[in-house]
Ligand binder design. Structure first.
Ligand code: MV4
Length: 447
């Protein structure tokens, strides 16, 4: 097993990875920006290396600085965490060229899934159902209108190099498509450096359901069930739960088996997530995330599998060593993302945490790098804590979550805790009766 792992990330996820390493007797190197010198993950790390000033492009995205930090500390492997460079194929290739192990998927799979058009073509080959769409990229208005007449309006224009929803445009007819296509192409070029776009039939009210996969790249693949991530606002997930209240056991087994079969055929290695839209009893693959995800803990809570530990074992060349039949998914888990933001208008609220008290008790997990006196810097994502609750049933989970939110004290800054409390009093959330648009309307009403 590795002796030393460099963690090229920050905040709660850097701490999460540190914890897995320490449990396995692996020393950690925290690569951090000047803004994070006092962060908890940096304090706990065996070694620390400052890799640059606060802006991420100069530190957490600075490939040369990260590779230098790994070299001077004698790290064996690099864990990219999530966001930043986690799905960057060029970074993974550079890590390997410099003689370090990249704790993540194969470079070719990062590249494949990074191109959403190629990813959908691969999904078709692997027997995964996709949303009806243009067979490849659409270059001009005539080609787009031609494709759309087969796909059927409304259509959604998406960037091939995109993902996560940025730069998508809905076109409800021919004229709108002609108007939106050049806009979408320009935005794709500006956001992703690649103007290529494709079309999909637009599903009006789906749920977002994703399947957590672990593969060892040696034929071993399992899934850890699905996560329902429909509760989102501006493409930021707010609450995730597993199992999805919308699926029955037969649907769960069907989508899990499909995902496992496809990933086995691909020879996928490490943790990954297949994203689907689910509407009227049908699943439609939209993209794959080739990284650890923020919401991974809920899958850990119901499966008992430590996903980061598995990533480390797999990167070290170990086979999974267990089969799907040995994975028991038990009970229900919900994650509330707590952001340093105003719960009314979502304006960022960085600053000093003057009071801090975490909830505890049976079924309560808090993944956070906060401590009393810590100053939340203004430069990064506003996620400061994840409250993860496990219960034997969904109702037990909701009761426990209500109680844990009541105990949680984060003073000195504004947080989204009150938003979660309001959400827990809402009939639709209590009944699990929501789609991907429901939360936007809820905060619009409540805010
Ligand atoms: C869609 C869709 C409806 N129809 N594709 C947004 C993020 C990106 N991963 C894909 N997204 C969507 N793709 C078709 N064909 C609606 C969305 C979408 C969405 C998806 C998941 C979670 C939240 C969302 C919010 C708005 C739109």
């Amino acid at each position: 097993m590795f002796e030393k792992v460099l963690i090229a990330n920050r905040g709660e996820i850097a701490l999460r990875i540190h914890r897995a390493c320490r449990e396995m007797g692996i020393k950690t190197v925290a690569a951090h920006s000047t803004a994070d010198a006092n962060a908890m993950n940096v304090r706990l790390a065996d070694e620390t290396v400052c890799i640059g000033p606060p802006p991420a492009r100069d530190s957490y995205l600075n490939v040369a600085a990260i590779l230098t930090a790994a070299t001077i500390t004698g790290a064996d492997a690099i864990h990219p965490g999530l966001g930043f460079l986690a799905e960057n194929a060029d970074f993974a290739a550079a890590v390997e060229e410099h003689g370090f192990v990249f704790i993540g998927p194969a470079v070719e799979h990062l590249r494949l899934m990074g191109d959403k058009v190629a990813a959908k073509a691969a999904a078709v080959r692997l027997g995964i159902p996709i949303v009806r769409g243009s067979p490849g990229a659409v270059r001009d208005i005539a080609a787009a209108q031609n494709a759309a007449s087969t796909v059927g309006y409304p259509v959604l224009i998406k960037a091939a190099a995109g993902g996560g929803g940025r730069g998508m445009k809905i076109a409800r007819d021919r004229a709108e498509l002609a108007q939106m296509l050049p806009l979408a192409q320009r935005e794709a070029e500006a956001f992703f450096g690649k103007g290529e776009v494709y079309l999909e039939h637009y599903l009006e009210r789906p749920r977002h359901i994703e399947v957590q996969i672990l593969g060892d790249g040696q034929g071993g693949v399992v899934h850890l069930g699905e996560r329902d991530c429909s509760l989102q606002r501006s493409h930021q997930k707010i609450v995730e739960e597993t199992p999805s209240p919308a699926l029955n056991p037969e649907e769960r087994d069907r989508i899990g088996a499909l995902a496992v079969g496809a990933m086995r055929e691909l020879g996928y290695r490490s943790a990954g997530t297949l994203e689907f839209l689910y509407q009227d009893g049908e699943f439609y693959f939209i993209e794959m995330n080739t990284r650890l995800q923020v919401e991974h803990p809920i899958s850990e809570m119901v499966s008992g599998v430590d996903i980061v530990r598995e990533q480390l074992r797999i990167a070290d060349g170990a086979p999974l060593g267990y089969r799907q039949a040995e994975i028991r998914l038990s009970g229900h888990a919900i994650e509330c993302r707590i952001n340093a933001e105003s719960p009314q208008d979502f304006r960022p609220s960085p600053g000093r945490v003057t009071d801090y008290h975490v909830p505890g008790g049976l079924g309560v997990r808090v993944d956070s790098a906060l401590y009393q006196g810590y100053v939340v810097p203004p430069f990064y994502d506003s996620l400061i804590s994840k409250l993860i609750i496990h219960g034997r049933t969904r109702n037990e989970c909701l009761m426990r979550l209500r109680r844990a939110l009541e105990e949680y004290v984060i003073g000195g800054i504004e947080t989204t805790i009150p938003l979660h409390q309001r959400l827990l009093d809402t009939r639709e959330f209590i009944d699990g009766d929501y789609d991907i648009h429901w939360l936007e309307r809820f905060v619009g009403r409540a805010g």
